[in-house]
Design a binder for this molecule. Structure first.
Ligand code: GLN
Ligand code: ZN
Length: 754
């Protein structure tokens, strides 16, 4: 049925087969041909799944060994100089992961998802050339498997908008260099078949487009759509509304326009325009980035209300299914009620198929009927289920009276200095210490019930003891317990909070072979009992020095989870904030004097459109402050953020009103710190003085230089000295000398300052 469309499908495999094959190839356990074989099987399987379900437009070239932006850079032979001389898979994986001579290309987040793409490095002087073999081969491969696929390709505006210039300057200046490659590609594809459907992904169109970028769209798509009569071009957008771009696109000869109706409500405003243009509308209605069952009846009703001829509507996923787990079928342990509300990649195919049929009044077969009935029942039960709705939480939310700490910063910090009595350039770490193999093993065994609680706790305490002894030995000022009991900073809290669910196999690709398994928030959130108190007070009992308590903040917990869709995110965030507030209070009552509330993912939650940022900032700041609102004047609140670019958001960061913030500046010297001075930032700051993402041990003198650079920007009274993130991914024999050097460096600088 050529009436529905899947923007793209997960490639990692339902059992993460691609991950395993990649890692085995990288570690030279298997050769490239084995990896190719796995890839072939995976593609075949995911094509077949789609075909069997009744999907009309199935993609080719949505597969990738690592990343689709990287694939396109390679197809354009946009290879950075440092990889010259390499070819084939060696070149490809070197670009992605680096090799002994050359660092990897930069990786960054794909729009506001948790997927990371490889950032192409372009320059005005480089020569680009088309090599379409991967795209062509995947098309042929699909046909050999009995499928006539559409071909996916990232569009020119998005490709340039998401790339960087190594020669500085605006990537869009390269537009006239890149566009001919697209034309050549379309020409080449036109020879493959009588008719080709080409999906050109332009998610960049949902950003705030300036007039310069907008002016590129019409000439580009006029040209591309005229290259070959037999290549039908569908420009698809996702993650937000694309109204400005659509107003231009309707005046080009493209065949179809794809809109995301799940995350871009405003997209309905351009439907009539598209209708008038006679183009096809690819209507993204099945959520490609969240895991809840679609409300099929509502979706059909929504489609019926669109002011466009049904014959011109192709029902679609909102974006690629890359962003959701593959299938529910391996979830054996999940509570059956919870499971009945969920829908992963394969299940979404069924939804898409059923919505399409109902919309076109095509009769459902028995299997589809059953799924449709289940869908109605599940959605009905979810409205009232006591598993979700907790009146205590709701009442507490309604009656919040205290949204922030009682005292202003200037008074708090004075009291804190008197009580905590820490020196200038106080040294600390971000929380975690190395996660050894042994630690992971004992946590796993404990979870499986293979070791007793006593044995597990003894092991964790032993680790904490060692951490404390080590930190005292080298002379750090503020200590941590090391987080040995946590396998992930969100999962650890989610597992102890009511309202959070976990899957066994809900893996989503984060980058390359790396997958994450986010928790999902299905119901009202509360904290049945304290989550970190015992470990933190245990650590504190072992030392005279101050041990800093470690919590994950509400915004980060939210941003790294799948969030319920029956309540605004801001409400869910508020519920989490109250749970964290309870923990803050327990810790300080038990004598913990410094508490760090990590907001590693605060920046990740920013909306794609500037007009929506103030709303996000207002509740995100509100909830951070709510989470720390019980803190007494003398309890010092720290926060940590895993990035360094604060230029746009410095006022918001200041408004969070943490007493101390640690940030990730190590790789940028003192450049990025300047904004703190420029705006007259009051609170204390701990800029990372060395990069924990590398195994390298920073020499003492290098750290001293770094500290001196920081002192050029902020006064010593305002500075803390710490690594730039948690140490859990490092080895002890890297961490020990590094921290020792850090503390030594500070001692010498203090001497010099005297
Ligand atoms: N406290 C956490 C740790 O040290 C923070 C991790 C992070 O910022 N990503 O591991
Ligand atoms: Zn960090």
């Amino acid at each position: 049925m050529q009436k529905n469309w899947v923007i793209g499908f997960a490639r990692i495999g339902e059992q993460r087969e691609l991950k395993k094959a990649l890692e085995s190839f990288w570690s030279e356990k298997t050769g490239f041909s084995e990896l190719e074989q796995t890839a072939k099987e995976l593609k075949k399987r995911h094509w077949n799944y789609q075909k069997e379900t009744g999907i009309g437009y199935i993609s080719s070239n949505d597969f990738s060994y690592y990343d689709n932006m990287l694939d396109l850079a390679v197809a354009f032979e946009a290879v950075p100089k440092r990889f010259e001389g390499l070819s084939g898979e060696e070149l490809y994986f070197s670009m992605a992961r680096g090799n002994k001579d050359a660092v990897a290309m930069e990786m960054t987040k794909w729009f506001n998802t948790n997927y990371h793409y490889i950032v192409p490095e372009l320059s005005l002087n480089d020569k680009y050339k088309l090599n379409a073999s991967k795209i062509v081969n995947e098309y042929k491969e699909a046909k050999e498997n009995g499928i006539k696929p559409k071909i996916n390709i990232i569009g020119p505006v998005t490709f340039l908008g998401m790339s960087k210039r190594v020669d500085r300057g605006d990537t869009f200046e390269l537009f006239t260099k890149i566009l001919p490659l697209y034309k050549e590609l379309i020409k080449e594809l036109s020879n493959l078949d009588d008719e080709i459907t080409l999906q050109i992904d332009e998610p960049y169109f949902v950003k705030d487009l300036d007039s310069k970028v907008l002016s590129l769209i019409k000439p580009a798509y006029d040209e591309l759509a005229n290259v070959a009569k037999n290549v039908k071009i569908a420009v698809v957008t996702y993650f937000e509304s694309a109204n400005d771009a659509v107003q231009v696109l309707v005046n080009t000869p493209v065949w179809a326009i794809g809109l995301d109706f799940v995350y871009g409500k405003e997209n309905v405003d351009t439907v009539e325009l598209i209708a008038k243009s006679g183009k096809k509308l690819i209507a993204g209605i099945v959520d490609g980035r969240n895991i809840w069952k679609n409300n099929i009846d509502k979706s059909v009703e929504f489609l019926n209300n669109l002011k466009i001829d049904k014959g011109n509507v192709i029902v679609s996923t909102s974006c690629s299914l890359l962003h959701v787990p593959y299938t529910l079928k391996y979830e054996e342990k999940l509570d059956s009620e919870l499971k009945s509300w969920l829908s992963f990649g394969l299940e979404k195919l069924d939804e898409l198929n059923i919505i399409t049929k109902l919309y076109h009044q095509i009769e459902l077969n028995e299997k589809e009927k059953a799924i449709y009935e289940e869908n109605k029942t599940a959605n009905k039960n979810r409205l009232t289920s006591s598993t979700i709705h907790d009146t205590d939480v709701q009442n507490r939310l309604k009656n919040i009276t205290k949204y922030e700490r009682a005292d202003i910063f200037e008074e708090r910090i004075k009291t804190q200095h008197e009580i905590l009595n820490y020196p200038v350039l106080a040294t600390t770490t971000i929380g975690s210490f190395p996660q050894t193999q042994e630690l992971r093993q004992i946590r796993r065994d404990y979870k499986k019930g293979e070791v007793s609680k006593e044995e597990y706790e003894a092991k964790i305490k032993e680790y904490i003891d060692e951490c404390i002894v080590f930190q005292e030995e080298i002379g750090l000022d503020v200590l941590v317990h090391g987080e040995p009991e946590r396998n992930d900073m969100v999962e650890y809290f989610g597992e102890q909070l009511k309202g959070f669910g976990f899957t066994q196999n809900g893996w989503v690709q984060s980058y390359g072979s790396r997958c994450v398994k986010p928790p999902f928030i299905y119901g009202d959130v509360s904290r049945p009992k304290s989550m970190t108190l015992d470990w933190t007070t245990y650590a504190q009992s072992k030392t005279q020095k101050i041990v800093k308590g470690m919590l994950t903040g509400p915004v980060t917990i939210l941003n790294w989870s799948f969030v319920r869709d029956d309540m605004p995110r801001s409400e869910v965030s508020k519920q989490i904030a109250l749970a964290i507030a309870d923990e803050v209070n327990d810790l300080q009552k038990a004598g913990i004097k410094i508490i760090q509330v990590d907001e590693a993912a605060f920046k990740e939650g920013y909306p794609l459109k500037a007009s929506k940022i103030p709303e996000y900032e207002s509740w995100a700041v509100r909830d951070f402050k709510l989470a720390v609102s019980p803190a007494y004047k003398e309890t010092q609140i720290h926060t940590h953020m895993c990035y360094s670019e604060f230029n746009d958001i410095i006022k918001t960061i200041e408004a969070m009103d943490a007493d101390v913030i640690s940030i990730e500046t190590a790789r940028s010297g003192n450049e990025l710190l300047k904004i703190f001075a420029k705006v007259g930032y009051k609170q204390e700051v701990g800029p990372g003085v060395y990069d924990i993402h590398s195994p390298r041990v920073p020499p003492k003198d290098e750290i001293k230089e770094q500290i001196k650079a920081l002192l050029e920007v902020l006064p010593k009274e305002q500075l803390w000295i710490n690594p730039d993130c948690g140490l859990k991914t490092r080895k002890w024999d890297e961490v020990k000398p590094s921290l020792k050097n850090m503390v030594e460096a500070v001692k010498e600088i203090r001497e010099e300052l005297r």
